[in-house]
Design a protein around this ligand. Structure first.
Ligand code: NDP
Length: 323
């Protein structure tokens, strides 16, 4: 048996149960990882609340780090004892995870297991958004919502690295300082300022080439209205709720490109995952992106981790530590 967090019905944080469940048994083509840390992401709250439906009961957690405990038949890239980080399907808030090696990375010696658990999901999201969804280039002006959040701070750093001017939105002055520290050139307080009006002022009427919007419902229209002609709106999350259905003809107003990407469809094959994670490790080694771990909770306190995330307190990554 092992300790894990399980959800038996959708709901608020009270549905996160600290339980004992069967330890996973290795299967051909898979590996079992003894987890050291699990990364907490907004997507975990979507599975908990039922915004993203899944079969119940379910474990939670889409990423983690640890050491390989068992290797299934046919797996050649990993051996027992290897230090790894992985993306997975809802099972990393647990002492052990059965994972598909397609999305497992060897962790370089220079990177600790805490950082390793913090970088894959948000890091690869920020990387694929800025290089696959919209190719950020020198001279662009980019609007990044929730610029002091976990994914937001990485987006700001990457947009700056690729040569863009960045306008970041945050809810507080304290968070604005963190967004500026990450490289944001301008800040909009989106809970009290009209975003398109401020974008018009800041850009002298040029507006922005692209918006990275992980806030969703509350910001969608303002993001759309902040775009320059032929601009790109990358709507990639629902922190404030799901974006309501849209009228497709709205895109003809300025020939707008609208995307709703999901990381997992950019890194479906072993080659895609390896290329993207290698690209990211290189960016870390060059110092182009820095990760900030803002809180670590022990496994039985997973509910506190969700409360923290949903209360808008994040300024980087939340981890769960696992014995
Ligand atoms: P963050 O650390 O960015 O936290 C979310 C931030 O959103 C908050 O800090 C807050 O910043 C802002 N926010 C605005 N309105 C709300 C609200 N009503 N409730 C809570 N937060 C709000 O989280 P993550 O980096 O983990 O995720 C950011 C977004 O990216 C999420 O929507 C997530 O689903 C998405 N995502 C999408 C992926 C994909 O593949 N498409 C992959 C990974 C993440 P402030 O106080 O400044 O407003």
């Amino acid at each position: 048996m092992m300790n894990a967090i399980q959800v038996s019905e959708p709901g608020d944080i009270s549905v996160l149960e600290y339980v004992q469940v069967e330890k996973p048994v290795v299967a051909p083509g898979k590996i079992v990882v003894k987890n050291a840390f699990s990364g907490v992401n907004f997507i975990d709250t979507y599975f908990r609340t039922g915004l993203y439906p899944t079969t119940m009961p379910t474990l939670l957690g889409r990423e983690g780090s640890g050491t390989v405990a068992e290797v299934g038949e046919g797996v050649t890239d990993f051996k027992v004892g290897d230090k790894v980080a992985f993306l997975t399907a809802n099972n990393s808030y647990a002492q052990y995870s059965l994972v598909d090696p397609t999305m497992v990375a060897h962790v370089p010696d220079s990177i600790g297991l805490d950082v390793a658990a913090a970088i894959l999901l948000q890091g690869l999201t920020a990387l694929t958004l800025t290089t696959r969804s919209y190719l950020v280039k020198k001279g662009d002006i980019i609007l990044v919502h929730a610029a002091a959040g976990g994914t937001g701070r990485l987006l700001v750093q990457l947009c700056k690295y690729f040569g863009a001017t960045v306008i970041g939105t945050t809810s507080t002055e304290e968070k604005a300082l963190l967004a500026i520290e990450s490289g944001a050139d301008h800040i909009i307080y989106y809970n009290r300022e009209d975003v398109p009006t401020r974008v018009r002022e800041i850009t002298g009427g040029r507006m922005v080439n692209a918006v990275f919007d992980g806030v969703g419902k509350a910001t969608f229209q303002g993001s759309f209205d902040s775009l320059a002609r032929c601009g790109t709106l990358v709507s990639f999350g629902n922190a404030s709720g799901k974006v309501p259905p849209i009228e497709i003809n709205m895109l003809s107003k300025g020939n707008i490109t609208l995307l709703r990407p999901t990381l997992f469809f950019y890194i479906t094959t072993r080659q895609e995952f390896t290329e993207a994670s290698q690209e990211m490790f290189n960016l870390i080694e060059k110092g182009a992106i820095k990760f900030n771990i803002c809180e670590v909770f022990e496994l039985p306190r997973a509910a506190d981790a969700h409360t923290f995330l949903e209360s808008r307190k994040t300024t980087g990554k939340i981890l769960i530590s696992i014995d």
